[in-house]
Design a binder for this molecule. Structure first.
Ligand code: FAD
Length: 469
């Protein structure tokens, strides 16, 4: 008789949930003699995904959507029966606040990088000097091949400071909330490095590649999906599909320490219990993984892998409280502006299903490198900061009907230069010293929801291959 193998997943965010879900599928489909235990330290599943329902509004505390282009998230949603819940974002103008003015993001911008020249040349966001500097990219020689460099260094070389600080940096901050002069190019935008190596000029390269695609689909199309009932429905639906004879879920249970044994692993829990496992998926931050396996010094290559702290405040208004009819979906704030909010989503415009008729929902973000302390202010202080900035930018003087403030401490992991090389070393070290232990999640190979879900899928294959051997 075959003995049952035990798989433990540490962390019940979307990465851990995906891993558990696809493991259950594989176990059922192939009648594998495996059991899964998912352990989550907090009292609820979902990690950074959290939806609040209030007075008819659907408010996201964490992520509000996921990229359509990266298919793993929609694949999961469809697989668990949420296909009819998928909604696309309203396409509208998006803006960047430079100095005191909102400027429309030039057409043909891909994360701030020009794939078409004329909208950038006509934009009032850049000075003549800034535009001339951008054009130098057309005659620039490529840099010597290198294994990695910072996003800041790379784009500054091609386009100069102005494009970087006015547009690329604020757009990237929305995803990575980090310091672009430390952020790894190869872990974030490796395609631009490849384009440089092939064409030298990024503008020329974009015209050859992305430009052609743009011409075919001249109309602006939606780039994001969300779920009608909020993203937490993804969490609830996955959870509801767990078959307790295969997947056991333990919340309010923290893994303190993991020890390697002659066969498998012992996981020491904060309630004093010890779990045994033949294979372990770690879907927590690197910092937590480091703590659980503190006796292994190979984690030290990540040092104190930094994660930025951010907060956001969602504010509900009557439509009438917004004096000018806003035409677009939101704005990001350039580094050089004298404002403390870093971005604002006009949620009722971007995601109409979130907001009742004649109401408006604005979600402002605070917290960036150099201003992380803002996260420690009280709710009222954070609301006051957001309202002061919104009054200056959009002329809003009304107080919101209500607000929801959310703090995310150490939550946006920073992929600094050399990140991919460190991951390669880590996977060799794990193979070598901790066989059967795998890592996935937003500390590793992508922080967006589709990236986390894809990593969950991959860990399932790794675990099954390992246990099959
Ligand atoms: P987490 O969600 O962090 O889950 C890890 C889990 O592990 C946590 O629940 C934690 O409690 C648990 N844990 C930790 N240590 C232990 C332990 N020792 N024992 C047991 N359990 C433990 N992405 C998008 O695609 N679109 C967006 O719009 C978007 N917006 C975002 C907005 C904000 C404010 C933030 C913070 C992130 C956003 N992201 C967005 C990124 C995305 O939400 C995250 O990268 C993703 O949710 C991370 O999932 P995860 O499962 O890897 O990690």
């Amino acid at each position: 008789m075959m003995t049952t193998k035990e798989i433990v997943i540490v962390g019940g965010g979307i990465t851990g949930l995906t891993t558990a879900y696809y493991l259950q599928e594989a176990i059922k489909d192939n009648q594998l003699p495996y059991k899964v235990t998912l352990i989550e330290a907090s009292d609820k599943l979902g990690g950074k995904i959290e939806t609040v329902k209030k007075q008819g509004f659907t408010i996201e505390r964490g992520p509000d959507s996921f990229l359509i282009r990266k298919e793993a998230a929609a694949r999961l949603a469809r697989r668990i029966g949420l296909e009819d819940q998928l909604v696309k974002n309203n396409t509208g103008k998006s803006f960047v606040l430079v100095g005191e003015s909102l400027h429309e993001i030039p057409k043909g911008s891909f994360m701030g990088i020009p794939t078409k020249l004329s909208p950038f040349m006509l934009s009032k966001m850049f000075s003549l000097k800034g535009k001339l500097r951008m054009l130098r990219d057309l005659s620039i020689s490529k840099k010597e091949a290198q294994s990695d460099q910072s996003v800041g260094e790379f784009f500054r070389y091609h386009f100069g400071n102005e494009l970087l600080e006015h547009l690329i940096e604020p757009l990237l901050s929305g995803i990575y909330a980090g310091d672009i002069d430390q952020l790894s190019l190869m872990a974030t935008f490796p395609q631009f490095y490849q384009m440089e190596q092939e064409y030298s000029s990024l503008i020329k390269a974009s015209r050859q590649t992305m430009g052609q695609k743009d011409k075919k689909t001249a109309k602006k199309s939606s780039k994001f999906y969300s779920l009608k009932d909020g993203l937490e429905s993804l969490v609830t639906q996955v959870k509801n599909q767990f078959d307790s004879s295969i997947v056991q879920v333990l919340t309010t249970t923290k893994v303190n320490h993991i020890e390697k044994k002659p066969v498998g692993y012992h996981l020491l829990l904060d309630n004093g219990e010890v779990l045994t496992a033949d294979s372990v998926a770690l879907t927590t931050s690197v910092k937590q993984a480091q703590r659980m396996f503190s006796q292994y010094d190979f984690w030290e290559q990540f040092g104190e892998m930094k994660a930025t702290s951010v907060a956001n405040v969602a504010m509900a208004f009557d439509q009438a409280a917004i004096p000018t009819d806003i035409d677009g979906t939101g704005f990001v704030v350039s580094r050089n502006s004298d404002y403390r909010i870093t971005a604002c989503t006009w949620t009722h415009k971007k995601w109409p299903t979130t907001t009742p008729e004649n109401k408006a929902l604005l979600r402002c973000y605070v917290g960036k490198p150099g201003d992380e302390e803002v996260v420690n202010l009280t709710d009222e202080e954070i609301v006051a900061i957001a309202l002061k900035d919104l009054e200056k930018i959009m002329g809003i003087t009304a107080k919101p009907d209500f607000h929801v403030v959310t703090r995310w401490r150490d939550s946006m992991p920073q992929y600094t230069v050399g990140h991919l090389e460190r991951l390669e070393t880590l996977s060799h070290d794990l193979d070598d010293q901790l066989p059967g232990v795998f890592v996935a999640g937003n500390s590793y190979r992508g922080i967006g929801l589709p990236d986390c879900i894809r990593q969950g899928e991959q860990v399932v294959d790794q675990i099954i291959t390992f246990l099959d051997d």
